[in-house]
Ligand binder design. Structure first.
Ligand code: GDP
Length: 191
């Protein structure tokens, strides 16, 4: 897979032209979003890992195979941001999700170990209301014993009310699960 950083944006005028399908990756701070993007694109530093959570407050656009855009948006749920900062990020995200016409689906990351958080549930509800298709990805699956993994995924499916077939498990440290995610995203992009 060929991937390159294109641009960062805070508002619509700064987005790249909406001339290709787009997939956006969302999740709470520390869920493993940067690690996911780096492992998915097979690049060590495309997205910067181990930031002070919440520090990355821009919408980052990447070009994949010259064919589609992968978008990294700020992680949510980082308590140390001020109310004003959170409100500003909220407006930035609302604008993105309302205006971005080429958005094909959202990759909702959740931590495989835990039940989805209240914030995760609110995000998923928002995408459902907006009729944005959701692919859910459970991160850090390496931290769960193999025999227990399916139960965690079933629980996530139940909580988020997303079919099990639309839930994938990955480990960025062990590099597992990414081919399946890529296949699913290709399907969605080609639709
Ligand atoms: P972000 O804040 O969502 O971008 O999360 P990061 O990608 O920066 O990861 C947060 C922390 O989780 C870091 O310490 C990562 O090394 C760790 N991490 C990320 N993905 C995995 C994974 O698949 N397995 C394990 N064991 N740790 C991970």
């Amino acid at each position: 897979m060929n991937s390159e950083f294109l641009t960062s944006a805070t508002k619509e005028g700064e987005y790249p032209e909406a001339d290709r399908p787009e997939v956006v990756v969302v999740g709470r701070s520390n869920v493993g979003k940067s690690s996911f993007i780096n492992a998915f694109t097979n690049r060590k530093k495309l997205a910067y890992v181990g930031n002070t959570p919440g520090k990355t407050q821009l919408i980052n656009f990447f070009m994949i195979d010259g064919a589609w855009y992968l978008v990294d948006v700020p992680g949510y749920g980082y308590a140390k941001l001020s109310k004003a900062q959170i409100a500003k990020l909220g407006r930035m995200m609302d604008e993105y999700f309302l205006k971005r016409k080429n958005l094909t689906c959202v990759v909702q990351l959740v931590d495989a170990r835990h039940d989805p958080s209240k914030d995760d549930m609110e995000m998923v509800d928002f995408f459902k209301e907006m009729h944005i298709p959701i692919v859910a990805v459970a991160t850090k699956i390496d931290k769960i014993p193999k025999t227990k993994r399916i139960n965690h995924l079933k629980k996530i499916s139940q909580k988020l009310q997303i079919p099990l077939a639309h839930i994938f498990a990955v480990s960025s440290t062990e590099k597992i699960g990414f081919e399946q995610v890529e296949e699913e995203l290709q399907k969605r992009i080609e639709q």
